[in-house]
Design a protein around this ligand. Structure first.
Ligand SMILES: Nc1ncnc2c1ncn2[C@@H]1O[C@H](COP(=O)(O)OP(=O)(O)O)[C@@H](O)[C@H]1O
Ligand SMILES: [Mg+2]
Length: 319
């Protein structure tokens, strides 16, 4: 249009240029408005989500009673513990669990998937509260501990290990931020992780990709174990943490753990019967109940569930 106008002599080039300039300014402003509007919508959604998180009420009440440590350090007592995620008695995941773990003992927990092994150990650091009965650590009801005091004693390697983006060193240090390089290395050696970490091109500074894609399952598990050990816990809980580690390495980790801490109470959840065979005692869980408790030999003699697991995994006739 402008071209024709200029050709006919009815318009000036300057007018056209001015017109285009003004139009550009107007359209840029319109675009800005729509962008800001977009940001408002996103901010609104985020605000709702943050509000939801803040509105969650902690359903475990902590009374910051300073407890008096009277009992033995590292002792765990389950007294008639019942637990259900819903609070309903008929959905109980754990029923009438009673046992005692003495300081320095290594205790194996075995049972089919869904039998409540992870739930049982999650009660100890009080991720959930017992529905019935009492759970004691050091001879004191866990509900009487200050959360910080209770959780400082316990290191737990969860079934699903989580590594963060960052270096191997940072990931291990996450267990204890005051740990120096020598402590980190010691923990890694105990967890049989030192060798493969130092073989990596950048050693302890090797970056871990998102959720640990550049490490194998067994390597990730061993880094997680190192992270737990660097805390110097009184109670160590390994929830199926050596499932992806070969048997020979697992044996070495267990031997190292034995040497590392005489007073360390260790709970070892495992699927493989060979992982728990040599522990001080074994708890057999079956559908939320203790189906057997004792050493490997005792259970092999008396406990039907244990015999079944043994037969299915080792494949020999027991009786
Ligand atoms: N967060 C949860 N909410 C509700 N039910 C759960 C939760 N976690 C586990 N359960 C249920 O508790 C039972 C025991 O689970 P779990 O302790 O994880 O078993 P295990 O570790 O022995 O495989 C299962 O039946 C499972 O469905
Ligand atoms: Mg589990």
């Amino acid at each position: 249009m402008g071209g024709f106008g200029v050709n006919n002599g009815t318009m000036q080039v300057g007018h056209i240029i001015a017109f285009i300039n003004y139009m550009t300014q107007i359209s840029t402003s319109l675009m800005m408005i729509s962008m800001v509007f977009n940001m408002f919508v996103r901010a609104r959604a985020s605000t709702f989500r943050i509000g939801e998180v803040f509105a969650v009420e902690e359903n475990t009440s902590w009374n910051s009673l300073k407890h008096e440590v009277t009992g033995e350090r590292g002792r765990i007592d389950f007294e008639n513990v019942t637990f259900s995620y819903t609070g309903q008695v008929q959905d109980a995941v754990l029923k009438n669990i009673t046992f005692t773990i003495y300081p320095g003992e290594t205790v194996g927990i075995i049972g089919s998937t869904g039998s409540g092994k992870s739930t049982l150990v999650n009660l100890i650091p009080r991720f959930y509260d017992v529905t019935g009965g009492t759970l004691k650590v050091d001879g004191v009801d866990v509900r009487r501990f200050h959360p910080h005091d209770l959780r400082e004693k316990i290191a737990i390697v969860p079934q699903k290990n989580i590594l963060f983006t960052g270096s191997v060193r940072e990931n291990i240090q996450w267990g204890n931020e005051r740990a120096g390089m020598d402590e980190i290395e010691q923990a890694a050696r105990l967890a049989e992780a030192h060798d493969f970490i130092s073989d990596a091109p950048e050693g302890y500074d090797t970056m871990i990709g998102q959720s640990g894609v550049n490490f194998s399952g067994g390597q990730k598990q061993r880094i997680s174990i190192a992270r737990a050990l660097v805390r110097h816990p009184e109670i160590l809980i390994l929830d199926d943490s050596t499932s992806a580690v070969d048997v020979a390495t697992e044996m070495r980790i267990k031997a190292a753990l034995k040497k590392y801490a005489k007073g360390l109470t260790c709970l070892l959840i495992a699927q493989r019967i060979t992982s728990v065979m040599d522990t001080d005692k074994i708890i057999v869980l079956d559908e939320g109940e203790v189906a057997g408790l004792g050493t490997h030999e005792e259970l092999l003699e008396k406990c039907r569930v244990y015999q079944e697991i043994y037969q299915s995994q080792i494949g020999k006739e027991v009786l």
